[in-house]
Structures are given as structure tokens and as C-alpha cells.
Design a protein around this ligand. Structure first.
Ligand code: M6R
Length: 364
């Protein structure tokens, strides 16, 4: 049942801290601060290239994973939605790794892409929430998200669990390839271990997010902006808003705004910014300033470092708990999911069963 929550989505949002904890516990030893993956039938140290593919939210999780794999493990990683990858003919290196991500393990396009990757001589590693699924049976190895059953059609806790697994995969790969030193690896695992507590803190910010939702709920179109690993979180936020509130939302890499979408900006098109502190914060802030100068109402997710710098730019700020920039996308994902939920409540939509959508898309 819903355990007293109004919707499965609300219940599943509140499961974030425990799901993150359970998922990490499978792969992370808090005593040694080391990532220990299950035995894999290939060697992470010698994989020449990763081809990541998935659909919907799972694909966005993979895009964050690509940032981590490239920056931490220095491993070339290609990413594409499964419905495109299966009909592309990318040249793939001998012994490369296909990385599949799926909550259900039954998504038709992802499964077809899996078979295509196998056919092209790739090892296949899948990040799955259902260990008995078709994709689990057909993969060479599985990394499990321990999210439990996800009932709401819009994915929430499975998405953050996928991010946790991908973060651990990046750390393990970086260690295996010698691109990640022991000290930094320890700092990254410590940041992950700390996440359930930070996620619980974030869940207490509901009132701030409700205030933001009031502005979003009145809009017909909303623009989500982010840079780097925050860009896929903008994509996730926009998808979630579309799915459950039926408000048109688009996500753009913040630096792309002036190449087109800035023409849309006026007071009626709120801009939701995913702006965690870190290397790219100033760049994002200056893009927000440009949007504000054209009359946009800026609603920002940032942290305690970023908040003072956005005071004169953003109409509303949600101060997400401060964490290592490495894990910030995971917290911001929860924040944008919470925003979509609050907007849907204001709109009175069918949160758990949005129109036209199926939980598991088993036809092409
Ligand atoms: O079961 P899967 O993870 O393969 O599903 C992929 C997508 O269909 C799924 O993430 C979809 O985009 C959700 N409705 C997002 O909330």
C-alpha cells in the first residue's frame, strides 16, 4: 500500500534515503572506503570503450554516468537512446563494453540494443532493478539497483539508485585503470556514504519546493537549464514535469540557451536552474543572468555556496544540502522530482498513472 502517503510517487520519493543506502551497501565497504563490485567476466582495466544505452529517465542516469566514467576513469563513453542506437551502425571496438540501464529490464528498445551490442562482440553489463528480468538473463553481468518495486509510472527512486551504481562503477573503473588515486577514491566513497543523510535533509525542504511549484504550475512552458552533470538532471526534471503535470518543459545545456531558446524567454516562461556549486557554477550563473535580463523568472536549485551568488538573479532559491560536487547530481535529481510532484498536486493530475504512459514499454 501507500503507507499513509497520498500517492505512490510521494511514498517512493521518501524512500530515497533508504534506497540509496541499500544500493550502496551492495558495492561499498564503509570500513575500507572501497568499492567492491561483484565478479565481472571481463576486465574493467582493459575495456577500450563503453557504449551506454537506455530509454527515458534511465538514459539520463546514463548521461550522468558518462560524465563520471570520462572524468574519473578517463574511459571513452558513448551514450545514445536505445531506439536510436539499435538502428545506428556505430563501429565498435573488439572487447568493448555495452552498458545498459533499465528499471524493469523489459524495455523493448533497450533489450533490442542489448542483443545488437552482443551481436557486435561487446561484453554486456546491465544496471537493473529486476534481477529476474529478460535483460538480466541476457546480460554477461548485472549490477543491481536495490530500489524495490517502483509503482508510480514516473521513475524516482530507481533513477537515484541507478546513479549510485554508476558512481560506484566509475570509481571501480578509475581504480582499475589507475586514473583515480586512493585518496580521491576515499573522498568519493565518503561522499557517497554520506548521501542518505543528505537526502533526508533535502526531503525536509518541501515548503521551499512548494513555493517554487506555485510559479511553475501557472506556466504553459518551462525551461530547465544545467551544465555538465547537472544538464542530465535538467533533462530529468523536464521529463518528470511533462509526465505528471502535462506542462511543456524543455531542458537545455545552459550554454546552448543563446543559440536559440533564449528567443522564448519572457515573464511567462519560468527558468528552472540546476546550479550546484563547483567548477561550472559561475558559467551557469552568468547564463541565468542573461535569461533574467530578458525578463525570465529564475527558480534555482543550488547549495549554500551558490545561494548568496544567486540572490540578485533568482526569484526563488532552494538550498540543496552541500556535498562533494561529484554526488551533487544525485541530490538535485531528488529535488527536481519533488518539484514535479508538487506541481502535479497543484494541477490535480493523476500522479501515479499519467495519461498515455505505461510503466514498462515492452513494444517498440
Ligand atoms: O524500465 P526502464 O528503466 O527501461 O524504463 C525506461 C523508461 O521507460 C522510463 O525511465 C520512463 O522514461 C519513465 N516514465 C520516466 O519517469
Amino acid at each position: 500500500g501507500k503507507d499513509g502517503y497520498r500517492h505512490y510517487m510521494e511514498k517512493e520519493l521518501h524512500e530515497h534515503p533508504s534506497v540509496i543506502g541499500q544500493t550502496l551497501r551492495r558495492m561499498l565497504d564503509p570500513a575500507t572506503r572501497q568499492v567492491v563490485l561483484p565478479e565481472l567476466p571481463f576486465d574493467l582495466a582493459t575495456i577500450p570503450r563503453i557504449t551506454m544505452t537506455a530509454c527515458g529517465s534511465a538514459y539520463y542516469a546514463g548521461l550522468v554516468g558518462r560524465h563520471w566514467l570520462e572524468s574519473i576513469a578517463r574511459l571513452p563513453t558513448d551514450a545514445d537512446v536505445a531506439s536510436e542506437l539499435r538502428y545506428r551502425e556505430p563501429p565498435l571496438p573488439e572487447g568493448g563494453l555495452g552498458l545498459l540501464i533499465s528499471q524493469s529490464g523489459e524495455t523493448a528498445d533497450t533489450l533490442a540494443a542489448l542483443r545488437g551490442l552482443h551481436g557486435a562482440g561487446q561484453h554486456v553489463l546491465s544496471v537493473l532493478n529486476v534481477p529476474e528480468s529478460t535483460m538480466a538473463r541476457e546480460s554477461d553481468a548485472v549490477l543491481e539497483t536495490v530500489a524495490g518495486p517502483e509503482i508510480c509510472v514516473a521513475s524516482t527512486k530507481a533513477f537515484t539508485a541507478q546513479l549510485c551504481v554508476l558512481a560506484c562503477l566509475a570509481i571501480a573503473t578509475g581504480t582499475a585503470r589507475g586514473t583515480l588515486g586512493e585518496e580521491r577514491a576515499g573522498a568519493l566513497t565518503a561522499a557517497l556514504t554520506d548521501l542518505p543523510g543528505r537526502a533526508s535533509e533535502l526531503l525536509t525542504l518541501r515548503e521551499d519546493i512548494q513555493a517554487m511549484a506555485q510559479v511553475v504550475a501557472e506556466a504553459r512552458d518551462v525551461l530547465y537549464l544545467g551544465r555538465g552533470a547537472a544538464f542530465p538532471i535538467a533533462l530529468e526534471g523536464a521529463l518528470k514535469l511533462k509526465e505528471i503535470s502535462y506542462i511543456h518543459a524543455e531542458a537545455y545545456a545552459a550554454g546552448e540557451m543563446k543559440h536559440g531558446p533564449i528567443a522564448l524567454i519572457d515573464r511567462t516562461v519560468p527558468v528552472v536552474a540546476i546550479a550546484p556549486g563547483g567548477r561550472l557554477f559561475e558559467k551557469t550563473a552568468s547564463n541565468l543572468q542573461e535569461a533574467k535580463a530578458r525578463g525570465a523568472r529564475i527558480l534555482a536549485f543550488t547549495d549554500a555556496d551558490g545561494a548568496p551568488k544567486l540572490l540578485n538573479i533568482a526569484e526563488q532559491i532552494v538550498v540543496v544540502p552541500t556535498v562533494d560536487p561529484f554526488v551533487a547530481p544525485i541530490l538535485h535529481a531528488i529535488a527536481v522530482q519533488m518539484l514535479a510532484y508538487e506541481v502535479a498536486l497543484l494541477k490535480g493530475t493523476d500522479v501515479d498513472q499519467p495519461r498515455n504512459l505505461a510503466k514498462s514499454v515492452t513494444v517498440e
